[in-house]
Design a protein around this ligand. Sequence first.
Ligand SMILES: [Zn+2]
Ligand SMILES: [Zn+2]
Length: 335
Amino acid sequence: MAELRQNLATREWVIIARERARRPNAYVESSDRLRTHERVECDPGCPFCPGNEELDLEVWREPNGAGWQTRIVRNKYPALIENGSLIRSFNGVERSITGFGYHEVLVEHPFHNTTLALMTDEEVRAVLQMYLRRGQQIAADVRVEQIVFFKNHGERAGASLLHAHSQVVGLPIVPSDIRHRIEEARRFFDDTGQCVFCTMLADELTRRERLVAVNERFAAFVLYAASSPFHIWIVPRQHRASFLHVSDEELAFLAPLLRDVLFRLYAHLNDPDFNLLIRSTPTKEPENGYFHWYIAIIPRLSRSAGLELGSGVWINPSLPEECAAFLRGDTSAGS
Ligand SMILES: [Zn+2]
Ligand SMILES: [Zn+2]
């Protein structure tokens, strides 16, 4: 029989289709497609490769000079622009704000044929440091309410350029998706006096069956109520509401764990397309006891359909426990 599982943090339900469940190795991508490490190191037609930098779009490069490691550039076709004025207009059904905001791209590495999974720990740390530094700068703009860090890897995840990059968006509003998560976390805190994410993390560390990787400061696990195959959260073990308050020391622990998790996906599933996002508290909310920042990694392996759109209930045709065992390399999981 299928099983409905609820995500304790979001209260969203998923159907784990036990009988239709495919074994984890059914999700391994075909070797016909060109994997990241099989590309050329430098593509003359790529705007993110060294030599093709569009300097008018550049915000920051690190280190400064010709031999950069990471760069922040304004999106060439930004959804929002930072030098517009912020005007709210509420008129009956017509409720709008002018399109103010930040929309930037973080070029993660000079090479065209790499991705976080294949970088060194130091290189991944440099990317995370850029997320953090630029996020802190954007958060200093009082017009910004929420910063969203995300990454689309591969066409099915929505990437239009192959070269490894992330996006940083500063919004003049708190999105309803974040608001919903905060309200649920606050409700759990009111009921129990605990942070729901700390509670989930403690439970996953005790059970271990869904753990993918863990170190002193961070843990990665496949969600109990994963909405799709291999849906992973990376959660800091120290309670903190905002990613913008993370320390350099913590980043030194996050980098190898993130690289490890992404490398497991790369190696075991053959460079799957995925989205990565950082969920964090709105920029103006103080540190609090109920919200807890985390990274979500969502491989794009199965398609959504009408039920998901119509109800928000996802059907996951895989078992989270088997997916985690497969990524850990437990031999029984793949056969
Ligand atoms: Zn490139
Ligand atoms: Zn917590």
